[in-house]
Structures are given as structure tokens and as C-alpha cells.
Design a protein around this ligand. Structure first.
Ligand code: NIG
Ligand code: FE
Length: 414
């Protein structure tokens, strides 16, 4: 491919570095007015400069005029449940009449109802549904997306989900990062023998998934009525033994000790953290864990909001993601998540930019390659319909992405 020369950038705004940014560094954003950048022929950034467009040989570069607009790194959605069969609008009425998330789950609805429809769906049907979501994500400026399994809870369906992720990753320009979430719930057929389920998951399925190279991470829903902290530890240790790095859904509804595991396990990320205690924050700081916060889920569940400021003060890097799924967050607009994060977590526009780029890259172990605009990083970029960073979280719910670039190539123009 031709290298890219992007010039006439009104404002280039990016976090910097090849690892997560924490504490006050989370809000340190490089801002260059009237900038340009060049890539090589693999779509890797080679040079950034300020001022007039540099002279190049005719035909040497694909030359793109940013029209004086804001350019940031491509957005990274570090937590999604992308692959599922069917929606759950039937639960909406129940919610409005006061049923809680855990009550719906305990009655065989919630995750377990999506498990039934995901088992019934063909791989083609799952792909088609997920493709719709990917298309929408790209229009919002998302260039990389983590995707979890966890709506199969049996060997066949979990493999089906993970293979669909692999195929979509090959077919779509967005990069997908696969996570095995077999421990999303105990399936109905194992209700009376949860230990047998955990044994099967840890001793048979995890090794098979690892052998096929179908997942990079292992995740657990550590929650009251789902998996205990002790069970979560067992599952994540089995993941580690098979080369899958630990992530954990913790403190979403009740604090039962999940986040506290991150120190020992050196978990890559802990996610949700709505009711995270000080002990959990300390553990993440010790474990070098990224706190991946999901503000739209708090909004959708009518819950409180994770103590993001406390985390930043304690030196825990904060990432923000969508949690796109058919239950607790049937939305994937990461720009909207940025707005909610600023308003409810009190993050600054600079901190939220880091949260959806470099820290999100760290939450999926890709900060060496993604998440910032600097030489050596992949040219995943968004050209925005504004020249001002504050404008993105300020506007509520509109799509402000103008041009989306992946590996130096345009993948979407809005
Ligand atoms: O992250 N918390 C667990 N899993 C999802 C919800 C899944 C569902 O309700 O289908 C979440 O919120
Ligand atoms: Fe989730």
C-alpha cells in the first residue's frame, strides 16, 4: 500500500507512550496545532511535524488534507460482548416495573436467555448480527474492539462464538481481540453441580481453546449469584496456565472480592467496578491492572458510577469502554460513553481521550502498537468534525467522527 501523508491537521491531540498512563499523566495530552504526519507502506507512523505540508515526490504518498480538523488516535472499545443471538427488549418492560438485573438472571432470563438464542443461532446468523454492530462501531471511529464469548456456556457454542470473532477479524478492517468468557454464568444444565461446570471449563475447554489459539484473554463474571471470588481465582489461574491472560468482571453490582484478586493474578484489567472498594483500588495499583469502566452500563442499570477519580488519584490507569451487550448495555456509541464518563466520573476531556485510546489499548495488551499518534505506532486515526477536543464529550450522542483510518487507510467517511 501507499504510505499516507496527512496534513493540514488543525489540532493533533494524543496521549503519548507505549504503556498505560496513570495519575496526573492520564490527563497529559500532546496537542500540536497545524500538524502533519507520515506513515510507511505498512501503515505505521514514521514522522510527525508542524507547519506546512512537507514536499514529497508526486505519487510517493497518498496525500490527505485534514481540512484544519482535530485528529486523534482511533477509538478502542476494550470491553464488548459482540457476539450474541437476539436482543432482549422483552426485559425492558420488566426493568421499568422494577425487576433488577440479578432477579431477571435468577429467573432464567438475562444472560441465560441470550445463551438459549445464541445456541440456537448458526455461525452465519451470529456473524450477520455482529457485522451490523461492527459497521456502526466503525462509523463512530472505533478501530479496535475486544470481543468476548460467554453466551454459549457449552463447548460447541463457545467455540462457535470464538471462531466467528476470528472470521470477522479477518474480514473486517477493525481489529478484534478475542476473550474467552465461559464463566459468564453457570448454565441451566449445571445448576445443581456448578463444580462440574468449573472443572469442565478449566480442565477441558480452556486447554482446547488455547490450543486452537482462539482467545488471548480469560474473563470471569465475579458477582453475587454468578461466580464467587474463589471460583474466579480458580478459573483465571487455569486461564493463565493455558497462556490466557486474566480479565475480570468485578464489583458490577455487589463487591464480593473480585477486584481484590487483581494484585495476585496481575490481571490485565478489571472491568465495571461500579461498587469497587478501597481494597480493590489498592489491589489494582499493585497488580498493574487497568480499570476498565463502563459508564453506559451504570446509566442503563440505573446504578451508581465507578469511583474513577479515586482510581486516578491512587495511580490506577482508567480505560472507558462500551460493554455492548443485549442486556445491561444494548448500545455501542463510545462517543456517548465519553460524555457520560466526563459528567459522571468527572474526567476531563484529556483524561477521557486517554481512557478510550492508550489506556484502552493497555487493557487489551496493545499499548506497544496502538492507542497514540507517534512514530512506531499503527496509524489508526479519526479526523473529527471539529477542531476542538472539548467538543467531543461536550456534544451528547451525535456522531462527530468524519474520517476513520485504520493502518493508514481510510475505512469510513461520514
Ligand atoms: O458486562 N455483567 C455481565 N455481563 C454483561 C451483561 C450480559 C448480559 O446481560 O447479557 C455485562 O454487563
Ligand atoms: Fe461485560
Amino acid at each position: 500500500m501507499k504510505p499516507l501523508l496527512l496534513h493540514n491537521i488543525g489540532l493533533l491531540a494524543t496521549p503519548q507512550g507505549f504503556a498505560a498512563r496513570c495519575g496526573s499523566a492520564q490527563g497529559e495530552i500532546l496537542k500540536v496545532k497545524n500538524a502533519w504526519l507520515k506513515t510507511d507502506d505498512r501503515g505505521v507512523i514514521t514522522e510527525i511535524g508542524q507547519g506546512d505540508c512537507p514536499e514529497v515526490q508526486p505519487g510517493e504518498y497518498y496525500v490527505l488534507d485534514a481540512d484544519g480538523r482535530l485528529v486523534t488516535p482511533g477509538l478502542i472499545d476494550a470491553h464488548t460482548h459482540l457476539i450474541f443471538g437476539g436482543w432482549r427488549q422483552n426485559e425492558f418492560g420488566l426493568k421499568l416495573h422494577g425487576a433488577t438485573y440479578l432477579e431477571i438472571l435468577a429467573a432464567g432470563g438475562g444472560i441465560l436467555s441470550t445463551v438459549r438464542s445464541t445456541r440456537a443461532a448458526s455461525a452465519e446468523e451470529l456473524k450477520e448480527q455482529a457485522s451490523g454492530a461492527l459497521h456502526e462501531m466503525i462509523t463512530y471511529g472505533v478501530t479496535t474492539c475486544e470481543a468476548k464469548s460467554g453466551y454459549g456456556l457449552d463447548r460447541e457454542t463457545e467455540l462457535k462464538q470464538l471462531r466467528v470473532i476470528r472470521e470477522l477479524n479477518r474480514e473486517w478492517p477493525i481489529e478484534l481481540v478475542p476473550t474467552y468468557l465461559g464463566a459468564h454464568a453457570v448454565p441451566e444444565e449445571f445448576k445443581e453441580d456448578r463444580n462440574a461446570y468449573i472443572r469442565l471449563l478449566t480442565e477441558v475447554w480452556l486447554p482446547e481453546i488455547a490450543r486452537e489459539g482462539l482467545a488471548e484473554f480469560c474473563d470471569v463474571f465475579c458477582e453475587k449469584g454468578v461466580f464467587t471470588a474463589e471460583e474466579s481465582r480458580r478459573i483465571l489461574e487455569a486461564g493463565l496456565a493455558n497462556g490466557l491472560l486474566p480479565k475480570i468482571h468485578a464489583d458490577e453490582i455487589e463487591a464480593i472480592g473480585g477486584t481484590e484478586l487483581t494484585a495476585d493474578l496481575k490481571a490485565v484489567s478489571a472491568e465495571h467496578l461500579i461498587v469497587c472498594q478501597d481494597s480493590g483500588i489498592e489491589a489494582m495499583a499493585k497488580g498493574g491492572t487497568v480499570a476498565c469502566l463502563l459508564p453506559m452500563t451504570s446509566f442503563y442499570l440505573g446504578a451508581t458510577y465507578a469511583p474513577a477519580r479515586k482510581m486516578i488519584d491512587a495511580g490506577v490507569p482508567v480505560a472507558v469502554a462500551s460493554d455492548f451487550n443485549p442486556g445491561s448495555c444494548p448500545g455501542l456509541n463510545l462517543q456517548l460513553a465519553m460524555t457520560v464518563a466526563c459528567l459522571k466520573y468527572r474526567l476531563t476531556p484529556e483524561e477521557i481521550l486517554t481512557a478510550v485510546t492508550l489506556n484502552a489499548a493497555a487493557a487489551i495488551r496493545r499499548a506497544d502498537r496502538l492507542g497514540s499518534i507517534e512514530p512506531g505506532k499503527q496509524a489508526d486515526l479519526v479526523i473529527w468534525k471539529t477542531d476542538d477536543l472539548d467538543y467531543i464529550p461536550y456534544r451528547l450522542g451525535s456522531n462527530l467522527a468524519k474520517v476513520v483510518i485504520k493502518k493508514g487507510e481510510i475505512i469510513r467517511v461520514n
